[in-house]
Design a binder for this molecule. Structure first.
Ligand code: FAD
Length: 629
């Protein structure tokens, strides 16, 4: 116990992370990996890494985030490998930018993997208590207060409390306070945060009822096995830690289901105006889908097992907050669910979130120094979006403690950069989730090259351990050598491989070509080319082989995107002062001044992305900055 001013502190930490969900665990692990003394303060140690909604990690856009978290030494991909019970590579027949990994996870195994990593992380303490208050002095956070009045001093605090702030759970017209089903809300903290100079609003999200698999007729459902060979999430994984693999299943809603839903809308909290928060557009409730797509008489439902040691299944696609009696009827109207027993009712939850435009790219709040926000409280939805922000907030909290400059990935470096830039520049009016279409340089931001984009930076920051660093360098070496070999292998009319090559190509070879030139042709794959005796063998490491193929085939497009990025770079690096009164710049319209004053962008690049900020306004801004020297 020590005393600072009027406060008696139980203990001192460099970084205190509040909340042990997906953002909080990545934040705490990142700051501890960087060697600073970290505390993870959470309601309940048993719920560390708990998946509040569907037990799955990854998917298009989200899988990209998981691989990026992994490249920076994070936990999510490793836990998904240890907990995944059905793995798929989505869009595998499409271009490399949109290919993505997805794993159905066993909730218990996933949580156990996260907890094991937390418990074995040096520099990290866990403590189970609700955080009820933040201690803020002269616009700087200096500590936190727990429910039992215990005070911890902190140089920086990362807040990651998910859907718990002022959480209100709705099932039909019944509602009660809760952080998610089975957990209390964080009302004291919510009240306290509303007193701080931060813009707060309400959002909502929902979850489907869960069903006992023993009451489902699987013989009428369509089976969906995982892929073989089983995809792997982590760069460090080899698949040996994957548990037993099982199938998911598919069924559909029908016209009767839709009639039941329409009949229950007068008791729906969403359609009767009880819920005010805006829900996720891309993960809508079944009542939303039925109303918005009235011409569709069927919607797909993925029947996903919740784990290897439970009978509960998650019917993905029928999230609902209709009254429980309507839930029972609608579920039982679905093929295969005629005798279904619901183990947990579906519900919606409304919660407080903070306007992310009040955050810097480092996820530090603009108004309270040392206070960082990550996860659902910034208006996002999804474990992967939360984990990505947690990692960036945690590493920046640690950098600040170390007296170093903040770092966050740029839009052209990572989906993490796109996510944080979108949030902090544009804000959000509905729960934000990641899509590949949000990235302007998506051919560069692929799942397969997340390690190449970020491992080196992660190593510099102190996030990447020796084993990962060594394996990464071996892979890079193998790629470079193989590219050189292909570039200097020339095939001419007397070459031993020429007949085999001519069988693969559309137009036979008439003059000397390199193996690299051949690989650029769309009809030839690296694997096929390397099967030719005189050209092979292929690289042993399938990840390195994939890189050689993609980098060669898409070299032209990649170079063009890199040129565009180089042109944009100047604006991204030109910093703007904060706080700054834009009315002092002559010639800017009132609208532009109002927008820039409200946003307080950190760079000219960010200013240019705010809607309504014209290229002419940016020119005036640049002239002004030049004058200031
Ligand atoms: P959480 O995972 O919610 O973790 C917050 C943590 O903070 C918890 O451990 C909690 O105990 C702790 N905590 C809270 N307050 C305090 C306090 N005062 N003191 C100490 N600890 C505290 N995502 C999707 O992608 N698709 C969906 O369809 C979807 N549906 C959802 C439905 C529901 C009902 C819910 C609840 C969530 C849903 N989500 C969905 C969102 C997904 O669960 C979250 O995006 C993700 O869990 C956010 O991670 P987080 O770390 O920000 O917060």
């Amino acid at each position: 116990m020590s005393r600072i001013g009027s406060h008696h502190f139980h203990e001192h930490y460099d970084v205190i992370v509040i909340g042990g969900g997906h953002a909080g665990t990545e934040a705490a692990l990142a700051s501890a990996r960087m060697g600073v003394k970290t505390l993870l303060l959470t309601h309940n140690i048993e719920t560390l890494g708990q998946m509040s909604c569907n037990p799955a990690i990854g998917g298009i856009g989200k899988g990209h985030l998981v691989k990026e978290i992994d490249a920076l030494g994070g936990a999510m991909a490793i836990a998904a490998d240890r907990g995944g019970i059905q793995f798929r590579r989505l869009n595998s027949s499409k271009g490399p930018a949109v290919r993505a990994t997805r794993a159905q996870a066993d909730r218990v195994l996933y949580k156990a993997a996260i907890r094991e990593m937390l418990e074995n992380q040096p520099n990290l303490h866990l403590f189970q208590q609700a955080c009820d208050d933040l201690i803020v002095e002269q616009d700087r956070v200096i500590g936190v207060v727990t429910q039992m009045g215990l005070k911890f001093a902190a140089k920086t605090v990362v807040l990651t409390v998910g859907t718990f702030l002022g959480g209100q759970i709705h099932i039909g017209l019944e509602n009660y306070q809760g952080g998610r089903a089975g957990d209390p809300p964080a009302n004291n903290l919510a009240k306290r945060l509303r007193e701080l100079p931060l813009r707060v609003d309400r959002l909502k999200t929902g979850t489907p009822p869960r069903i006992d698999a023993r009451s489902i007729d699987f013989s009428v459902l369509q089976e969906q096995p995982g892929d073989t060979p089983t995809p792997i999430f982590s760069f460090m994984g080899d698949g040996s830690d994957h548990p037993q693999q099982i199938s998911c299943w598919i069924t559909h809603t029908n016209e009767q289901t839709h009639e039941i839903i329409q009949g229950g809308l007068d008791r729906s909290p969403m359609y009767s105006g009880v819920i005010e928060g805006v829900g996720p557009r891309y993960c809508p409730s079944i009542e939303d889908k039925v109303m918005r797509f009235a011409d569709k008489n069927s919607h797909q439902i993925f029947v996903e097992p919740e784990g290897l040691t439970t009978h509960e299944v998650y019917p993905n696609g029928i999230s609902t907050s209709l009254p429980f009696d309507v839930q029972v009827q609608l579920v039982r109207s679905i093929r295969g669910f005629e005798n279904a027993h619901i183990t947990r009712p579906g519900y919606a939850i409304e919660y407080d979130f903070f306007d992310p435009r009040d955050l810097k790219q480092s996820l530090e709040t603009k108004h309270i120094e040392g206070l960082f926000f990550a996860g659902q409280i910034n208006g996002t939805t999804g474990y992967e979006e939360a984990g990505a922000q947690g990692l960036v907030a945690g590493l920046n909290a640690a950098l600040q403690v170390q007296g170093k400059e903040a770092w966050a990935p740029r839009r052209d470096q990572a989906y993490m950069g796109v996510l944080i830039d979108d949030l902090s520049t544009l804000g959000t009016k509905e729960p934000y989730r990641m899509f590949t279409s949000r990235a302007e340089y998506r051919l560069l931001l692929r799942e397969d090259n997340a390690d190449i984009r970020l491992t080196e930076q992660g190593r510099k920051l102190g996030l990447v351990d020796d084993a990962r660093w060594q394996r990464f360098n071996e892979k890079m070496e193998a790629i470079a050598q193989e590219q050189q070999r292909l570039r200097s292998t020339w095939i001419h009319k007397d070459h031993a491989a020429v007949d085999a090559v001519n069988e693969l190509v559309k137009t036979p070879i008439t003059r000397e070509v390199s193996a690299e030139d051949l690989l650029r042709r769309p009809e030839i794959s690296y694997a096929e080319l390397m099967k030719i005796d005189a050209l092979g063998p292929a690289l042993n490491d399938p990840q390195a082989a994939e890189q050689v193929e993609i980098q060669t085939k898409y070299a032209g497009y990649i170079a063009r995107q890199q040129d565009e990025i180089a042109k944009q770079q100047r604006h991204e690096q030109t910093k703007l002062p904060i706080p700054f009164d834009y009315a002092t710049i002559k010639g800017l319209s009132n609208e532009v001044v109002a927008k820039l004053n409200a946003h307080q962008p950190e760079t000219v690049g960010k200013a240019a992305r705010i809607s309504g900020i014209t290229p002419a306004a940016i020119s005036m801004l640049l002239v002004h900055l030049k004058k200031q020297g």
